[in-house]
Design a protein around this ligand. Structure first.
Ligand SMILES: N[C@@H](CCC(=O)N[C@@H](CS)C(=O)NCC(=O)O)C(=O)O
Length: 250
């Protein structure tokens, strides 16, 4: 039986939220884009009138992202990522080595369920760079845990040609951490030198850059709708991240 996802007639549709704000949409989009599979996007602009009904219609979890493949509808980014990895077995979305793959999965799960202080205090807004503020202790603890998770990957000998990501080339685990790199930039959160090259590599990854450029091209938000976002952190900005030095070499 032919694999439905291997067709090129947009069998796959990914429902996403606003690129500027929706970190989970970013993760799923990066995975799909890295898979090489053909897919179509549908955007649900969060907080706009009627968005809740649209979310409920598009997604079993009433959240974005949601992936549709025929009758299959998936919410939960990790499940989407696993499905995409199965549909594109040659894309190398998980590391080839079994133990590396187990490690990468563990890291993705930690991202899916953890680092709540950082996520709550620093909602993603890729259009902004805020003035330095005092970073709450619980956020710094999350940052330290992320660094401790990543650090051993950069202590193992590796061939420079493998790539700058956690397991060499860009994969699901890196897609999961890309919104963290966005937050480090937006909220000016300092990272240790030994993992800062990884954060830069995430910011400079070609697919991340595409997401950021598409986010910048999104139609401007209605000021009333912006005002409806509970936190000031959702104010729209000028995308200074696109002038990040790491992007100059790519
Ligand atoms: N556990 C879900 C989380 C998805 C999620 O929270 N998505 C946010 C956008 S980033 C959302 O849809 N929020 C609905 C809302 O803002 O009402 C996943 O992994 O996909």
């Amino acid at each position: 039986m032919p694999d439905p996802a291997s067709k090129t007639d947009h069998a796959l549709t990914l429902h996403i939220g606003n690129r500027t704000y929706s970190s989970w949409s970013m993760r799923a989009w990066l995975v799909l884009a890295a898979s090489g599979l053909d897919f179509r996007e549908e955007m649900i602009r969060l907080r706009e009138p009627g968005f809740r009904e649209k979310l409920a219609n598009a997604s079993p979890g009433a959240t974005v992202p949601a992936l549709h493949d025929g009758r299959l509808v998936l919410s939960e980014t990790l499940a989407i990522a696993e499905y995409v990895a199965e549909c594109a077995p040659d894309a190398g979305l998980w590391p080839e080595d079994r133990q590396d793959r187990a490690l990468a999965r563990m890291m993705a799960v930690r991202m899916a369920v953890g680092f709540k202080a950082l996520r709550d205090a620093c909602p993603m807004n890729v259009s902004q760079r805020f003035e330095t503020r005092k970073t709450p202790g619980a956020v710094l603890e999350d940052v330290a845990q992320l660094e401790a998770l990543w650090r051993p990957r950069f202590m193992v000998p590796r061939d420079a040609r493998d790539g700058p990501f956690l397991f060499g080339r860009f994969g699901i685990v890196d897609a999961f951490f890309a919104p963290i790199a966005m937050r480090f930039y937006t909220y000016r959160i300092p990272v240790s030198l030994d993992v800062s090259a990884y954060v830069d590599a995430l910011i400079a990854a070609p697919l991340v850059r595409r997401w950021l450029e598409d986010a910048r091209a999104e139609p401007p938000r209605d000021p009333e709708v912006v005002g409806d976002f509970a936190r000031n952190d959702h104010t729209p900005g000028d995308f200074p991240i696109l002038t990040h030095p790491a992007l100059r070499t790519t």
